[in-house]
Design a protein. Structure first.
Length: 184
């Protein structure tokens, strides 16, 4: 962890707890915690147009795949998924690489960082195909908040992942959250 990152102590503490729990959990294999990016990598990515808000998060956690349907990209994977930001014929969404940066997926639906305000945007649940949505829905005020309030909060994560109450005990991500002491 570098001193230059403006990450909150809550984010750092949470990621440290997850890493420790993962190291002590050889039975938990269905997801991965990314590493971190260094200052040189972050500076080069920022010069290439990657939003600082996303890079600040990657300095602490360079991506996480929580389960089969919920993923927050690391830098390299995010750079490969920016095609989601381009305009789509007949889509009512205002897709634009100048306005959006794709930071992850929920199922087959992209999750975006709003370049102007730094908030995380998704598509309302009622839409079958994401490109048919008429608007974006705010998911969190920042990438850090999205991770802490949606992915590390068991009930929110279970909702995003569509895990039934009976299947909670089988989710490796929820097991890891419990073992890290992050279940409330």
């Amino acid at each position: 962890m570098t001193g230059a990152s403006p990450a909150s102590s809550r984010l750092i503490t949470t990621v440290d707890a997850l890493r420790l729990a993962l190291a002590e959990s050889p039975d938990v294999l269905s997801f991965t915690l990314g590493g971190t990016i260094d200052e040189e990598t972050a500076a080069a990515a920022e010069a290439d147009g990657v939003p600082r808000e996303f890079l600040d998060f990657c300095r602490v956690l360079d991506g996480v795949s929580c389960g089969p349907n919920v993923q927050l990209f690391g830098l390299e994977e995010a750079e490969e998924h920016q095609f989601y930001c381009g305009p789509v014929v007949d889509s009512p969404l205002e897709l634009s690489p100048e306005k959006l940066f794709c930071i992850g997926l929920i199922g087959d639906t992209p999750v975006f960082l709003d370049r102007a305000g730094g908030g995380v945007l998704g598509i309302p649940d009622e839409h079958w195909e994401w490109v048919d949505a008429e608007r974006f829905e705010p998911l969190a005020p920042s990438v850090e908040a999205y991770f802490l309030e949606r992915l590390v909060t068991p009930a929110e994560y279970a909702r995003l992942e569509s895990i039934d109450d009976e299947l909670w005990e089988y989710s490796d991500w929820l097991k890891l959250l419990r073992r890290a002491g992050l279940t409330g």
